[in-house]
Design a binder for this molecule. Structure first.
Ligand code: ZN
Length: 278
């Protein structure tokens, strides 16, 4: 007897943003066992690059594993490290149209890209330039974008005052991944047709305003994600995060909204498939 095989159209849920492919965070054995754990639970996953190496790894992993897709791009932290050659490498991945064993395309978006004024690991001007150039790529290859936008520690909105004008000049379909900002910026994102990526933070934040925001946000605008290996949801805090834990994000949403977990799975999976054309 062959082991249970989950087909793309029979998944329970999709983790819309994880880094399981990355050799920086997982050794091969941990990665394969986390993959099996997820697939056995009916969870597919989108593996997201943060630099050239992890983008290549995402494509390779998605090519060779069922119910996995890849997003390629350069994170604001890695702007200085990658430079012009990095953008060229990302374009190569987008243009190659890599396919899985069934002939289906595996590169489904650009990300994670954006601006990070919290850590300022790269100069802000360079971050903005890299964001613009990768938006050009997303538009050229007509794929959606997974955005990472994080404000200064003071939370004065500086990052959004730079982000929205850049976005508005080159609008794309996409998701504000790991959104933790204000109601106002949430509204700004929704107005522009962006989805909101909700992860383990919603299960453990003690900030009551944030809790309320995650409770109020409509499922129709939501993608669920883990951002594994980071942000492990309650009740697994302290362990390395894996895509299978996206179940806890869904459970928490079901509780907050007085809906069934199945309903959360169905709506958010449909959103993820619609956005990334899965
Ligand atoms: Zn991420």
């Amino acid at each position: 007897m062959e082991g249970k095989k989950v087909k793309s159209n029979s998944l329970l849920a999709i983790d819309s943003h994880c880094h399981l492919q990355s050799s920086e965070f997982y050794d091969d054995e941990t990665r394969e066992s986390a993959y099996r754990q997820s697939i056995d639970a009916g969870i597919g996953m989108i593996c997201v690059g943060t630099d050239v190496r992890s983008s290549y790894e995402a494509v390779e992993f998605a090519r060779t594993h069922d119910d996995c897709w890849a997003i390629v791009g350069i994170h604001p932290h890695d702007v200085e490290k990658e430079g012009d050659d990095g953008v060229a490498a990302i374009e190569t991945l987008l243009s190659q149209r890599a396919a899985d064993m069934h002939g289906r395309p595996v590169v489904v978006g650009v990300g994670e890209i954006g601006l990070d004024y919290f850590y300022d690991n790269s100069p802000r001007q360079a971050q903005r330039g890299m964001l613009q150039r990768q938006l050009v790529l997303a538009r050229r290859y007509d794929v959606p974008v997974s955005f990472h936008v994080r404000d200064e520690k003071s939370g004065n909105g500086a990052v959004w005052r730079d982000f929205w004008p850049i976005f508005d000049e080159m609008p794309v379909r996409g998701v504000l991944h790991s959104f933790t900002d204000t109601e106002e910026n949430l509204r700004q994102g929704l107005q522009r047709g962006l989805y909101i990526g909700v992860n383990g933070i919603s299960t453990f934040t003690k900030d009551s305003t944030q809790q309320q925001m995650y409770a109020d946000l409509s499922l129709d605008s939501m993608l669920i994600e883990t951002d594994a290996p980071f942000l492990t949801p309650h009740p697994f805090r302290g362990r390395i995060n894996v895509p299978a834990f996206v179940v806890e994000v869904a459970r928490d949403q079901a509780m907050k909204k007085h809906r069934s977990v199945d309903c959360v799975y169905d709506i958010t999976q449909a959103n993820t498939r619609r956005l990334f054309h899965l």
